[in-house]
Design a protein around this ligand. Sequence first.
Ligand SMILES: [Zn+2]
Length: 158
Amino acid sequence: MKRRIQVLTTRLDCIDIRCLNLDFSGFGDYDFLTFKRDGKEYPIGVAKTALHYGGYRYWLKCDYCGRRVVALFITDRPQIACRHCIHAKYESELESKLHRDARAARTIRAKLGWDMDYTFYNSRRPKGMHKKTFDRLVAIHNEKSAEVVFKLKAAGWL
Ligand SMILES: [Zn+2]
């Protein structure tokens, strides 16, 4: 089967099929477009669905989830993915940052001799610890735990 390859150079971060201004009428089920950016080429599958009153609607295919979408995004990775995939990645990064922060806050709580319970807050400096060290640890703790405490409160745990 002959594949239609069209190389388009793009500076855009978002590729919206509605803005491409291309004639897709010759496209079959296995055709794709190739986008070129910064010397890298991204082959993107094109899908089509039949419209009720004849003709077709054309879609871009996300390489990661296979969804038919109207728009794809070029991430700084760089890779091209749909907003669902980018959002999923973003969410998991946020989640792992939360875990890292929670661990950092717990480590400091242990150093300060505080209870692991986040509702426990003690302004008393442990014996033998310099005030400077104490203030620094408390500041880091508060910064790291802010988001954790916020999430715990939102979940009704605090
Ligand atoms: Zn996707």
